[in-house]
Design a binder for this molecule. Structure first.
Ligand code: PMT
Length: 449
C-alpha cells in the first residue's frame, strides 16, 4: 500500500524522516511532498534518499531536477490517485488553515483537495497557536470532513513554552496511518520465518532439477506479516522478486541449503510458514562436467530430507508451524494425510491442477486445514490470500474456548450441524462445543477437556 507523507514547515519536520522509516518498516511504499517552508528545516535530499523517489514540491517544472514536479497538470492528480493515504506531519497552523479553506497554491494543498484517500494530520506548533480559536475552528472543520487528527502531545516546546503542540511520536503517527488503511498490528512481537520459492538440485554444472515456484506466495506472506508488525526472516530459493524492505533475506539454492538455513534460524521464530516448493529428490551424483548427449540417460535420485517434519520435531513450546501442500489429485484427502503425517498446526492446501492459480500465477486459492477445520479461501491475489492465511494463523493463537453469544436460531443451527456430522477430533465425554468466527469462517471447534 502507498502513503504520501506531506511535510510542512515546522521545527518537527526532521521527525518526518523517522515517520518515513516507520511506515517503510510496515512494508508501505512511501513518497514525500514538502511545502517551501518545510525546506527551511530539512533538505528534500533526505527524503529522496530514504524513499528512492524525488520529492514533490512545486506545481511547476523548475530548472532544479530535485524540485521538478514534472507535468504539473497531471502530477498532483496522479499522485492523489496513487496514494492510499495522505499523512501530513508536521501539520502547521498555516497548512491546517489552507486545508480547511480549500486553498490550493502548492503541491501539498492541491493534492489534499484532489485525493479521495484517508487524510491524517499530525499538528505541531506553539501552544498559543494551537489553542487559538482560529486553529481549533480549522481543526473542527477538518474533523467534520473526515480528516483524522493525530493529537499533539504536551511538554516543552521548541519555542521554550510548555503545553500542547508537540507533534505526536512518529511510531504513533505510523500506527494511526495503519489504522486508517485498515491494517491491524496483530503480529507485533512475533518473529515469522517464511520459506519461499523453489529449490534447485544440480545434475551437472549447468543443469538442475527444479520446479515452477516463483516465490510470489512466500514473498506475499513476508510482506503481509511484516505489515502486521512481525519481524520476518525470509528464506528463499532463486526468485526474480524483491523482498520487502527490512526483512531478513537468506538466499539458498538447494534443499540441503534450505534445511541448514531453516534449522539455523528457527529458534528465533514464533511462527514458521513453509510456502517453499522444496525438492523431494536430488540426483544421487552430480556430474563434474556437462553431460553429453549420448542416447538415453537414466538418473538415479535420492530423497532429500523432509525439512518440515524436522522443524516439527525440533519445535519449541508455543511455536506455531504451518506447512503448505501442493496437490494435483484427491486434494482434501492428501492434504489431511499430510497435515497428520507432518504434525503441523495447519496446512495451506493448494490444488495446483487448477488453471491460472498456484505456481507462478499472481492468483491463488487454498483450503486452510487444521485437525478440526477446513476453511475455504477462494481464488484471490496472493497478497490478499497471504492476509487471509495470517488471519487464520492469528485465530489459532486465540483461546479456542471463546464462547460466543448465540441467538436462538444460531443455537438450532449448531445443534443440527453438530448432530449430523462426525467431529474431526476425538471428543472426550466432557468436551464442550463452541462456534468460532462467522460467514465463510464458520467452523465448529472442539475443545478437549
Ligand atoms: O512460489 P509461487 O509461484 O507463488 O507458488 C506457490 C506454491 C504453489 C509453490 C505454494 O503455494 C505451495 O503450494 N508451496 C508448497 C509446495 C510443495 O512443495 O508442497 P509439498 O506438498 O511438496 O510439500 C509439503 C510441505 O513440506 C511444504 O510446506 C514444503 O515446503 C515442505 N517440504 C517439502 C519437501 C521437503 N523436502 N521439505 C519440506 O519441508
Amino acid at each position: 500500500m502507498k502513503v504520501m507523507v506531506g511535510v510542512s514547515g515546522g521545527i518537527a519536520a526532521y521527525k518526518a524522516a523517522e515517520l518515513v522509516r516507520a511506515l517503510q518498516q510496515h512494508a508501505l511504499e512511501v513518497r514525500v511532498t514538502m511545502t517551501d517552508a518545510a525546506r527551511q528545516f530539512i533538505q528534500p535530499l533526505t527524503f529522496s534518499a530514504l524513499t528512492g523517489h524525488r520529492v514533490l514540491i512545486s506545481l511547476w517544472p523548475t530548472e532544479d531536477a530535485q524540485d521538478s514536479a514534472g507535468d504539473a497538470s497531471i502530477d498532483h492528480i496522479a499522485e492523489a490517485q496513487w496514494a492510499d493515504a495522505l499523512v501530513v506531519a508536521p501539520a502547521t497552523a498555516d497548512i491546517l488553515a489552507k486545508f480547511a479553506h480549500g486553498l490550493a497554491g502548492d503541491f501539498l494543498t492541491t493534492m489534499y483537495l484532489a485525493t479521495t484517500a484517508p487524510v491524517l494530520v499530525a499538528p505541531a506548533m506553539n501552544v498559543n497557536m494551537w489553542e487559538h480559536p482560529a486553529t481549533q475552528a480549522n481543526l473542527e472543520t477538518l474533523r467534520q470532513r473526515g480528516v483524522r487528527v493525530v493529537e499533539p502531545g504536551s511538554g516543552h516546546l521548541a519555542c521554550g513554552m510548555v503545553g500542547p503542540g508537540r507533534m505526536a511520536e512518529p511510531q504513533f503517527i505510523a500506527d494511526a496511518v495503519l489504522n486508517a488503511l485498515g491494517r491491524s498490528h496483530d503480529l507485533a512481537g512475533e518473529t515469522v520465518l517464511i520459506t519461499a520459492g523453489g529449490t534447485r538440485e544440480a545434475l551437472d554444472p549447468v543443469r538442475f532439477l527444479g520446479n515452477r515456484s516463483s516465490g510470489k506466495m512466500g514473498y506475499a506472506l513476508a510482506e503481509a506479516a511484516q505489515s502486521r508488525g512481525a519481524k520476518v526472516i525470509l528464506i528463499s530459493g532463486p526468485s526474480a522478486l524483491y523482498p520487502p524492505a527490512h526483512c531478513e533475506l537468506i538466499k539458498i539454492t538447494t534443499a540441503d541449503e534450505m534445511r541448514a538455513a531453516v534449522l539455523n534460524r528457527m529458534a528465533d521464530a514464533t511462527l514458521v510458514i513453509k510456502a517453499a516448493a522444496v525438492a523431494d529428490y536430488r540426483p544421487a551424483a552430480v556430474a563434474d562436467q556437462k553431460l553429453k548427449r549420448t542416447g538415453p540417460l537414466t538418473v538415479e535420485l535420492t530423497p532429500t530430507e523432509d525439512i518440515l517434519a524436522e522443524v516439527v520435531r525440533r519445535r519449541r513450546p508455543g511455536q506455531l508451524i504451518v506447512g503448505f501442500a501442493a496437490e494435483t489429485e484427491n486434494t482434501l484427502e492428501n492434504g489431511r494425510a499430510k497435515l497428520l503425517r507432518k504434525g503441523v498446526d495447519a496446512i495451506v492446501l493448494n490444488d495446483v491442477s487448477r488453471e491460472g492459480v498456484g505456481f507462478d500465477s499472481d492468483l491463488n486459492g487454498a483450503t486452510f486445514l487444521t485437525t478440526s477445520t477446513a476453511i475455504d479461501l477462494p481464488e484471490m491475489s496472493k497478497r490478499k490470500l497471504a492476509d487471509r492465511i495470517l488471519d487464520e494463523v492469528v485465530a489459532l493463537r486465540r483461546p479456542q474456548s471463546l464462547l460466543v453469544e448465540l441467538s436462538g436460531m444460531e443455537r438450532q443451527d449448531i445443534e443440527r450441524e453438530t448432530s449430523s456430522s462426525e467431529p474431526a477430533h476425538p471428543v472426550t465425554p466432557a468436551a464442550e462445543i463452541f462456534i468460532a468466527g462467522a460467514g465463510s469462517r464458520r467452523a465448529i471447534m472442539i475443545e478437549e477437556s
